[in-house]
Design a protein around this ligand. Structure first.
Ligand SMILES: O=C(O)CCC(=O)C(=O)O
Ligand SMILES: [Fe+2]
Length: 321
């Protein structure tokens, strides 16, 4: 059995309701986690568990529709990056999952009320709640980095994160365990940070120090996992760490793996923002060149889906996914 990763559980209650000293104390705990393993379990985050369960039920209803129907909402354009992707579409057929991406402002490839009752209203509502939480987490991080409380507010005024419903279908173990295959292969996320809700099945693993030693990020009910992504690593000049993770077979007996559902929320800055490492110490050298956030997002999305990348863009970082 894979050992559990050493990921801190931090209560956000004192950040939401506390005074300045409380907020700074939570910020310190978050920074400690983000500057080491790059991950934290956040509890007391303000999103009721009933809402989380509701969105998982919604995901199950969506994915149980016939494939022909789901393909009517197919994701086609990396710049829009919204809609459905079938099993095998992302990651050259070696990832075994299907996804639906929801955005903040426009969701043309989304079931209507008559196609799937309460889908849009429920997902829009959940999206708003996770956005509020995500922006609070960024504020907390800004405090810990002494960037000024509103540092991230200024670069996320039009933030359009991606809420993803993920379904890893029930499958024979031998499919996932073929060389090079996984439910999702090792990668880093490429935005600022990701908030991840997972069900109780398990199988998510992280390699915090990039030694190939993956450890289990076990599901902890009532928490949301948060991980630093590539743009935050670049912006903080490697102070915060974007670390490799993957989803493999869960720790269960038997040949048939149970289905697993997860719901990541990928936060990106406004597209026109230049991400340039913040220098905090005299003589500190920038480890990265400045990049445009919008181009970075489009390019990385295109790479993930094997869609044609817009001309003139090229990856210039350590990111692997
Ligand atoms: O399903 C999970 O737990 C992780 C998903 C993930 O890493 C991703 O979609 O980037
Ligand atoms: Fe990820």
């Amino acid at each position: 059995m894979t050992q559990a990763a050493d990921i801190a559980v931090v209560s956000f209650e004192r950040f939401i309701n506390g005074d300045d000293a409380d907020k700074r104390a939570v910020a310190k705990e978050l920074y400690e986690a983000f500057s080491t393993v790059g991950w934290v379990y956040l509890k007391d985050h303000g999103i009721p568990q009933t809402r989380v369960e509701e969105i998982f039920e919604l995901a199950k209803r969506f994915f149980s529709l016939p494939i022909e129907k789901k393909l009517e909402w197919r994701l086609l354009n990396p710049e829009i990056n919204q809609g459905y992707t079938a099993d095998g579409t992302e990651g050259n057929g070696v990832d075994h999952k299907e996804c639906y991406e929801h955005r903040r402002f426009a969701n043309d490839s989304c079931p209507t009320e008559s196609e799937l009752q309460s889908f849009k209203s429920t997902i829009d509502d959940f999206y708003s709640q996770v956005l509020v939480l995500g922006l609070s987490v960024l504020k907390c991080l800004a405090i810990s980095l002494e960037l000024g409380d509103n540092f991230f507010d200024k670069i996320t005024t039009k933030a359009d994160p991606q809420l993803r419903l993920v379904h890893y279908p029930s499958v024979h173990r031998s499919v996932i365990e073929q060389p090079g295959h996984a439910r999702i292969r090792p990668h880093t996320d490429f935005g600022l940070c990701t908030l991840l809700f997972q069900d109780s099945v398990g199988g998510l693993e992280v390699d915090p120090f990039h030694t190939g030693d993956f450890k289990s990020a076990v599901p902890i009910p009532g928490t949301v996992l948060i991980n630093i992504a590539d743009l935050m690593q670049r912006l903080t000049n490697d102070r915060c760490r974007s670390t490799l993770h993957r989803v493999v077979s869960p720790n269960v007996e038997g040949d048939i793996l149970p289905a697993r559902y997860s719901i990541p929320f990928f936060i990106h800055p406004d597209p026109e923002v230049m991400i340039d490492p913040v220098i905090k110490e005299e003589g500190e050298v920038k480890n990265y060149e400045a990049i445009n956030a919008g181009e970075w997002r489009t390019w990385n999305t295109a790479m993930n889906y094997d869609l044609p990348a817009p001309v003139g863009l090229g990856k210039v970082s350590i990111a692997t996914a």
